[in-house]
Every structure is written in structure tokens, then in C-alpha cells.
Write a protein that binds this ligand. Structure first.
Ligand code: SAH
Length: 397
């Protein structure tokens, strides 16, 4: 087993709960090249004292994940079975929640194995593998899930790492196939999910609290939802009694899918009530400014990086400019909800950037609410990369 020496301050962080090891944390960075994916390594501090054991999972978040601080614990079948069982135990309340039947079952490092996420969609499971080193443990993980969850109907799996050309990226692997769409329920709102087509299933389960917040706040408001994907925020707003919603996404698939989600909740898809625009957000925002449109509630949830024919967007570089425009088209008395899931965009930086954007429009815009990952199922560690979701709610006085 290879030994990796990390800086003492990182060793301290690991002792107090951090789980991610980045290349920059390693004293001799040259070591990294010689250690292969999936290797189990011993982490030592600069005095060569044992700190932890980690598994090498090279992904954008880092180099390796600590799985234990004990010398006698191994990354073996018993360990894996145990973390899966404990994770499911922690979701018992969600399994019993009659208003919600879809949520995250296993959240990577927050549940003890970085690079593995498992979602529960009303009886079906999607497993996301971020490394072949974890996929190697597939049988243990699948058997444990089948044993612990008797009501499990079927399993889909996605490989989120580079695979050879002839290998599969997404597949139905166990039990029954899910209906298409699979209708799921979250806080009594229905959404259409398609399993087996793409790793993006139609809903981002990590925004559950934000959708619920929007539902409770949207009565009688006009709502603009930017980067709307399948319209989940618009549907939550409409169920909450929004007077009008406008959903904007550049992807063609968003039109039918958003309609389908409205229909599932018996909401009118008359464009007078709920408009769905397949177009570039930046063009729409320019159009709204030109026509002096204002909305009572704005929701903006862009990808970390996006490139369309005309524009290029990086959350860290360009969100602030976009936010200035969004505050501008928020009606006095209205709310601007700004979300980012970029793990490299620190909460404090994001907050500072958005507050300073608000000042460019008015002194009477106040940060009133903040959401992070839903702690019931999106378990996290103290690593900032683990707490990737940041949602700020501003009120314009
Ligand atoms: N807010 C959504 C998730 C957004 S995913 C939800 O809660 O479900 C990001 C979306 O941004 C994708 O659907 C993608 O098609 C869209 N997108 C990326 N760049 C865009 C652009 N420049 N204009 C409009 N939509 C864009």
C-alpha cells in the first residue's frame, strides 16, 4: 500500500471531518502520477504519523477520498455493505414521507464513499458511478441495495467516467424497467422522470427545499425561470398559485418536457398563463430589459459552464453581470433567487458577488434567505466541494 504524505494542516482538517484530498495537499506531488485509480493509500502527516486510508478516485473534485481514520478498517465487502445500510437507515423518514417518493439514497463522501451517488425515484434506483474503481464494487453494492430495500422495483446505472467506446454509459441493469415517464412526487407536486436515457433524469433532487420555498411564496406572482430545463421551478410556482410563469431554456427538449410537467399537475399550458420559451437566456434577458418587463419572482439556476452559439458563460466569471440584469428586471417588492451548483465557486465569494451586483441596481435589495443541500438526504462533509449547492434569495424593497 502506497504511503502519501500530506501537509499537517490538511491532516488536521481530515481529523476534524474533511474527506477530500487534492493534489495540492500532497507534499510530493510527483507521487500522484505513479498511483493508479482505485488504489488504496495510507495518508500520513509530515511527521510520518498515520492519519487515514483513502481510495484514489481522480475526478474534478480532487485526487482521493478518505474512507476511514482507523488502521484496522478496510475498503472491503463488510465496509461497503455497512455504509450502504447506514445510509438507507438515515433515509427512513423520507421513505415514510407520504408527500415525497424521490430523493437521494447515497451521497458520495457525505455517506462514506466519494464518487458514488444513488438516487431513489419512486421505487426505482439510479446508481451514478464516478470511477471504475467504484464500479468494481458494483455487485456488493447492488446486492446490498436489493437486500435492504424490499420494495426496490428496478435499477439503472450510469458511468460518469471516461469509458472505452464499446462500453455502455447508461443501462437498465436489474429488475423491472421503469415506465416512461416515471411519475414521481415531491411535496405533492408531480414530475415526469425518464430513466435510462441520460444521467439527467428530468429533475435535480438537490433543489427540493428551493422548489418547496417557491411553491409557498409564488401565489399571484409573475415568475421568470431561467435555465429552466424541465420547468420544475415553474411547476412548483404554478402549483403554489403563480399568476403567470415564463420558462426559458435553449434546449429543444425543454418544451415538451415542461408542458408534460404542467399537465401532470393539471395546470394550464396556455402560453398566456405559462409560457415556455426555447431560446438563449441572454437574449431573453436583453429582450426583457428592452421592453422594460419586470417579474415578481425570478429564479436563475445556470450550469457552471455553458456555451451557446452566441455566448459563453462561466458562473465564477459571468454570474455577477447576469445578476445585475436580473435585479434590474425584478419588480419592487419582488424576489430574485440565484442558484449555483459550481463546487469551485465558494459560498462567500458567490454571496459577495451577488450582493455587489444588487448594489448596482438599488440599495434596497436585501439577502433574506439562503439554501444549501437538503441535509436529510444530501449528506455532506466539511469539504467545500461537498457543499456545492448555494441558493440565495434577495428581496427588492
Ligand atoms: N434549473 C433547472 C436545471 C438547470 S440545468 C432545474 O431546476 O431543473 C441547466 C440548463 O441550462 C439546461 O437545461 C441547459 O439546456 C440550459 N442552458 C445552458 N445554457 C443556456 C443558455 N445560454 N440559455 C438558455 N438555457 C441554457
Amino acid at each position: 500500500m502506497a504511503n502519501i504524505v500530506i501537509y499537517n494542516d490538511i491532516a488536521e482538517k481530515i481529523q476534524s471531518g474533511a474527506r477530500l484530498i487534492r493534489v495540492a495537499d500532497i507534499v510530493d506531488e510527483d507521487q500522484v502520477a505513479n498511483i493508479s485509480e482505485g488504489a488504496i493509500v495510507q495518508i500520513r502527516d509530515q511527521q510520518n504519523m498515520f492519519v487515514a486510508k483513502a481510495i484514489v478516485v481522480k475526478q474534478n473534485k480532487g485526487f482521493a477520498w478518505v474512507f476511514t481514520l482507523e488502521t484496522f478498517e478496510y475498503f472491503d465487502e463488510a465496509f461497503i455493505q455497512n455504509v450502504i445500510e447506514v445510509a438507507i437507515q438515515k433515509r427512513m423518514e423520507l421513505f415514510e414521507d407520504e408527500e415525497t417518493n424521490s430523493f437521494r439514497l447515497f451521497n458520495g463522501e457525505g455517506d462514506g464513499i466519494g464518487g458514488l451517488t444513488i438516487d431513489w425515484y419512486n421505487g426505482f434506483i439510479q446508481i451514478n458511478w464516478y470511477s471504475f474503481a467504484l464500479f468494481n464494487e458494483r455487485d456488493t453494492i447492488v446486492e446490498t441495495l436489493k437486500k435492504v430495500i424490499p420494495q426496490l422495483a428496478g435499477i439503472y446505472e450510469t458511468k460518469r467516467y471516461q469509458v472505452p467506446e464499446d462500453d455502455w454509459k447508461i443501462k437498465h441493469t436489474e429488475g423491472a424497467a421503469a415506465p416512461q415517464p416515471l411519475v414521481i412526487k415531491e411535496n405533492n407536486v408531480y414530475y415526469a422522470v425518464y430513466l435510462g436515457e441520460d444521467w439527467m433524469t428530468g429533475i435535480f433532487l438537490d433543489q427540493r427545499h428551493v422548489r418547496e420555498f417557491i411553491k409557498t411564496q409564488a401565489a399571484d406572482l409573475s415568475v421568470l425561470n431561467l435555465f429552466s430545463y424541465t420547468g420544475a421551478f415553474s411547476v412548483a410556482a404554478a402549483v403554489g398559485g403563480a399568476a403567470k410563469t415564463v420558462s426559458v431554456d435553449v434546449a429543444n427538449r425543454s418544451l415538451d418536457w415542461t408542458k408534460e410537467n404542467f399537465e401532470l399537475n393539471n395546470i394550464s399550458t396556455d402560453p398566456e398563463d405559462h409560457e415556455i420559451r426555447v431560446m438563449d437566456v441572454f437574449d431573453y434577458v436583453a429582450y426583457a430589459k428592452r421592453h422594460e418587463l419586470q417579474f415578481d419572482m425570478l429564479v436563475c439556476d445556470p450550469p457552471s459552464f455553458a456555451r451557446t452559439k452566441k455566448y459563453q458563460f462561466s458562473a465564477e466569471k459571468n454570474y455577477k453581470d447576469l445578476a445585475v440584469d436580473l435585479f434590474d428586471i425584478t419588480a419592487p417588492g419582488g424576489m430574485t433567487i440565484l442558484s449555483t451548483n459550481h463546487s469551485g465557486y465558494d459560498l462567500n465569494d458567490f454571496r459577495d458577488d451577488m450582493i455587489s451586483a444588487s448594489k448596482e441596481i438599488s440599495d434596497e435589495i436585501y439577502l433574506i434567505q439562503q439554501f444549501e443541500l437538503p441535509s436529510e438526504d444530501f449528506k455532506t462533509t466539511i469539504d467545500t466541494e461537498s457543499n456545492y449547492l448555494k441558493v440565495l434569495v434577495f428581496y427588492r424593497g
